[in-house]
Design a protein around this ligand. Structure first.
Ligand code: B12
Ligand code: SF4
Length: 491
């Protein structure tokens, strides 16, 4: 069977800071190919919709699978599915991914029959079974599969992460993938899931709070297949277990792999495993993202981050002493006023790190979705990208965006424009001499992507697909209410 797998267009964040390969889709592609199908992959973060239609004409796929990790991509995928069915009735259309898993029923309803099924949870095991079951009325009895007529049992976790290493050979124009000065950049996965339970996050609810590791040998094998000099480690929290991180490091040394790495981790993990991070610095770890989230204890507690402000500050010192470039994230609450933005600006300018601001957003799949007492001001999927305010702002909305964009612009001067060239001019020029200009081009792009008028105007767009409203609970939600993958029963 001919199968086309499609990743939708970039969100605001990826218009500027980075663009990364669709690793989940590449793993699904590997599994589908191993089952004997002919597979093509199209990434609309790089190609436009015209290319999608060209690909459909040229390849004439029997099945098209969309990846919807991001809620903001839901309307785009519904429209593409509708038009695809209108042009080619017999094509089977299915959708998987992180966000699709949390909003499966409403997604199918909006599509009005243009999407044959949603595949909840991990795709490697189930995608080939779905393709086998096309035309079989028992499709909706498969684990994780939801159709307009029924839903199968909860999805099954992939037993071994070493299976189905990403089919990177299917991607085209890979030189377009980058993060900051790591240009070009590939992605890799060492572990899956997160054992913590932050209230604003759905990484843990998706995997039923499980945490799995791939073997160091498979990590080495996958890295050895990567041509790019830079690698983004996509793990939710990298190097939770020091022994695993050291074992991968040894494998990398044994294979004499030399790359530069970017990863994301928690401050307490960095404090606990600082020797490991220092070791990885020698291996090429260059850039690290720490989710600090808040500058006061009350907000940290509300996010259930399970770290203190002091630990966060200590982690920053450790990262500096190791010599790592660090980006941190702070969650801006819609209740912030001018004084609060000013305080954050002042703090952000006083530290050498790159500081990002995202807007607090209750996502389906998070505990916050079921416990947030404030009413949503919009249920337009497109605004759920942590760059827009979907909860009532204390300041008038436009004023809120002025403060947000102004704060981002001021703190960004450190690492965009001329400020960046002072720091990374040499590697940037080296990359440019090899034809890699993604990083250089982003440096002066900030105001075309992030601007008050654009963000405010996004709220005025007609809404064709509205998210189902949450049904708030006055108690802590149960596992059944939160999880996509249910943890295996303990006997
Ligand atoms: C790496 C990552 C990124 C990367 C790259 C993502 C990419 N190009 O796909 C970058 C850094 C770009 C990124 C950015 C953002 N991210 Co992000 N990201 C992640 C992260 C940590 C891991 C994703 C990943 O690669 N996992 C590994 C692969 C193997 O798994 P996977 O992609 O989930 O795929 C599996 C299944 O989902 C499924 N599947 C996937 N596609 C398909 C398709 C079919 C047909 C089938 C059958 C199955 C299937 O099978 C796959 C294999 O098992 C997730 C958290 C998480 N644990 O999922 C957050 C996450 C997806 N991101 C999130 C957010 C909020 C963002 C940003 C909006 C944040 C921001 N700062 O502005 C931006 C927007 C980016 C954009 N699209 O433009 C949220 C999503 C929220 C939501 N509900 O929409 C998440 C869940 C994090 C969180 N803590 O809440 N992100
Ligand atoms: S924010 Fe990070 S630590 Fe918290 S649950 Fe999500 S992935 Fe885990």
């Amino acid at each position: 069977m001919r199968v086309l797998l499609v990743h939708p267009s970039p969100l605001m964040y990826s218009e500027l800071y980075l663009r990364l390969e669709p690793l989940g889709l590449e793993r699904v592609a590997a599994a589908v190919r191993a089952a004997g199908h002919e597979v093509r992959l199209l990434d609309l973060q790089i190609f436009d919709h015209a290319e999608y239609w060209r690909e459909i004409e040229a390849f004439a796929p029997h099945a098209i699978g969309f990846s919807v990790n991001y809620l903001a991509n839901v309307p785009e995928v519904i429209d593409l599915a509708k038009e695809t069915k209108a042009r080619r009735r017999s094509t089977f259309v299915f959708v998987g991914g992180h966000s699709a898993s949390f909003v499966a029923a409403e997604f199918l309803e909006h599509a009005g029959g243009a999407i044959d099924c949603i595949v909840r949870g991990e795709g490697e095991v189930i995608a080939p079974q779905v393709l086998e079951a096309i035309g079989d009325p028992r499709l909706d009895t498969l684990p994780g599969v939801v159709t307009l007529t029924g839903a199968g049992p909860s999805p099954t976790l992939l037993g071994d992460l070493d299976h189905h290493l990403p089919a990177r050979d299917l991607g085209r124009r890979r030189h377009k993938y980058f993060i900051g000065v790591l240009d070009p950049c590939a992605s890799v996965e060492f572990t899956r899931g997160c054992p913590w339970d932050c209230s604003f996050c759905s990484a843990w609810t998706f995997y039923g709070r499980s945490y799995r590791k791939g073997s160091p040998e498979a990590a080495g094998e996958d890295l050895a297949r990567i041509r790019e000099p830079n690698v983004f480690i996509v793990d939710d929290v990298a190097f939770i277990q020091a022994e695993h991180g050291f074992a991968i490091a040894r494998e990398i040394e044994r294979r004499r792999i030399r790359k530069q790495y970017y990863l994301e981790t928690r401050c307490d993990v960095l404090i606990k495993n600082q020797e490991l991070f220092a070791y990885w610095k020698k291996l090429g770890l260059f850039y690290m993202f720490l989710g600090i989230e808040a500058l006061d204890e009350a907000a940290l507690k509300a996010h259930r981050k399970r770290v203190t402000l002091n630990e966060n500050l200590r982690a920053l010192e450790i990262a500096r002493s190791i010599g790592l470039t660090v980006a941190i994230n702070i969650i801006a609450d819609p209740s912030w006023d001018e004084a609060r933005f000013a305080a954050v600006r002042e703090w952000a300018l006083s530290v050498p790190e790159v500081v990002h601001l995202t807007v607090a957003t209750p996502y389906p799949g998070t505990e916050l979705w079921l416990t947030e007492s404030r009413q949503l001001t919009s249920r337009d999927y497109r605004l759920f990208d942590v760059q827009h305010a979907v909860l009532p702002t204390k300041l008038p909305l436009k004023r809120f965006y002025e403060e947000l964009v102004n704060t981002q612009a001021i703190i960004n001067r450190k690492h965009l424009g001329w400020g960046a060239l002072r720091l990374y001019g040499l590697p940037a020029l080296r990359a440019a001499s090899r034809g890699q200009t993604n990083y250089l081009r982003m440096l002066w792009k900030f105001s075309t992507v992030y601007n008050t008028e654009r963000q405010y105007a996004d709220h005025q767009k007609p809404v064709r697909y509205e998210m189902r409203p949450p049904r708030p609970l006055a108690r802590k939600p149960s596992k059944q209410e939160l999880y996509v993958h249910m943890p295996a029963p303990v006997h």
